[in-house]
Design a protein around this ligand. Structure first.
Ligand SMILES: Cc1cc2nc3c(=O)[nH]c(=O)nc-3n(C[C@H](O)[C@H](O)[C@H](O)COP(=O)(O)OP(=O)(O)OC[C@H]3O[C@@H](n4cnc5c(N)ncnc54)[C@H](O)[C@@H]3O)c2cc1C
Length: 390
């Protein structure tokens, strides 16, 4: 078996205090930690990092495997993207809550700094540039196949792989002869890249009706790039204005209270498009709303209502799907597109857990505020499992 040390000391990050053990067999690992067994966390985004911090708090050893760098999704997002939820709900630990106005909505870059600062305090190893490519059940746990070798066995594995690596394309796919550039919103790392899509009076057509679609409409309009939006159903907007802002401040308190009163409340979790300027762009006709695109040919979009439109580009703001590529095909999904599970553990895959996916525990589970609460719940479960297995 290749060793954890073979993953390369140069590829690890974090302070490595306490748990830096390199390559050891399961037996030795157990004795080093007085019977507590090691957990593998796949993904070093907010979910992976908050679970690592929660495991540090309860003294459970772990190792984190990240295919890129810590906080990859937040590094890839435009740094001036504004987070939708207030700072006090986003922070991974309460100490950071009063750094600045707790009710502000931070920029993605500010949140990334917070994530990296939290990661810097971890005691476990974080292997960066180390993609996990397969999971294999072995006696007493799970082995990971990673790009730099095999690692394990681990008592439990947590998939914190998120959504961002799996941009969702329209279904069914739009047939195209390649005459119009088509790209997904995830390809935009910096809004300045939108300038490259400009093509005279031809509009960039945004496909989608949620927050990202609205944000792209705003950014394109701010650059005076003609823009249209293609939707399957009528647009809905979040309310705007002073009263709506006050309601939103109250909403997050109410949501916290509701979560406490109704533990495990599951429901559809997607926020609608921002109102205000976005709504104004549509209502004044500066952004035209169009039906679904049927096909793309000779530089034109053929629309479902029979009309045609020459376009500069098509920009899919069609969201993301859970990155579950490490699981076998036979795994059954629930109504939220997440493997059937109980207490974060995938049904029929003992020892494999999920964190950061939709409606895992409640409707907040895929958002920062849900992730941090779920991380603590999952850490307690892993402690309990570890006691039971002694
Ligand atoms: C553009 C955008 C804006 C968002 N804004 C908000 C917001 O305002 N408020 C809010 O609450 N939520 C927001 N979210 C939702 C959610 O909070 C974030 O997506 C958050 O990053 C989820 O954390 P995560 O750790 O689950 O996933 P990610 O941050 O995506 O982390 C997953 C990590 O796993 C790694 N990985 C994947 N596969 C492997 C593998 N095989 N091996 C090793 N590593 C792997 C990836 O490289 C990545 O670093 C936003 C999401 C996006 C995409």
């Amino acid at each position: 078996m290749a060793s954890l040390a073979s993953l390369g000391a140069g590829e690890t990050n974090g302070s490595h205090r306490g748990f830096a053990i390199g390559c050891v067999s399961l037996g030795l690992r157990r004795s080093l930690f007085r019977g507590i067994r090691v957990i593998a966390i796949i993904g070093a985004g907010p979910a992976g990092i908050s679970l690592a911090a929660a495991l540090d708090a309860v003294g459970v050893p772990y190792e984190v495997f990240e295919k890129e760098q810590i906080g990859h999704t937040w590094r890839a997002a435009p740094a001036d993207l504004r987070v939708l939820s207030p700072w006090w709900t986003d922070v991974l630990h309460p100490r950071a809550m009063f750094k600045g106005n707790p009710f502000r909505k931070p920029l993605a870059g500010e949140y990334l700094d917070h994530l990296l600062a939290t990661a810097g305090t971890l005691r476990g190893k974080v292997h960066q540039s180390c993609a996990v490519t397969a999971l294999q059940r072995v006696d007493g746990g799970w082995m990971l196949q990673a790009t730099h070798g095999a690692a394990g066995p681990f008592a439990a594995v947590v998939l914190a792989t998120g959504y961002f690596s799996m941009p969702r394309q329209p279904d069914p796919a739009i047939p195209t002869d390649g005459s119009v550039r088509v790209l997904h919103a995830s390809a935009i790392r910096d809004y300045a890249e939108l300038d490259a899509l400009r093509d005279g009076a031809r509009p960039v057509v945004v496909v989608g009706r949620r927050v990202t679609a609205g944000q792209l409409m705003l950014e394109l309009s701010a650059r005076d790039i003609p823009c249209a939006i293609s939707v399957r159903s009528p647009l809905e907007y979040r309310r705007h204005g002073l009263l709506a802002d006050a309601r939103e401040v109250c909403y997050f308190f109410w949501e916290t209270l509701e979560a406490w009163l109704k533990p495990g409340l599951r429901r559809p979790s997607f926020p609608v498009m921002e109102g205000g300027r976005t709504r104004e762009l549509v209502q004044t006709g500066r952004v035209k709303v169009m039906p679904r695109i049927r096909k793309i040919e000779r530089g034109e979009l053929f629309l479902e209502d029979g009309s045609r439109l020459p376009a500069a580009a098509v920009l899919h703001a069609t969201g993301y799907q859970a990155d579950l590529r490490l699981l076998t095909d036979g795994v059954r999904l629930d109504e939220y597109g997440v493997p059937l599970h109980s207490n974060f553990e995938i049904s029929g895959m003992s020892g494999i857990h999920l964190l950061g996916f939709d409606n895992l525990y409640d409707h907040r589970s895929r958002y920062l505020r849900g992730i941090r609460a779920d991380a603590r719940r999952l850490a307690s479960k892993l402690v309990e499992d570890s006691r039971l297995s002694k």
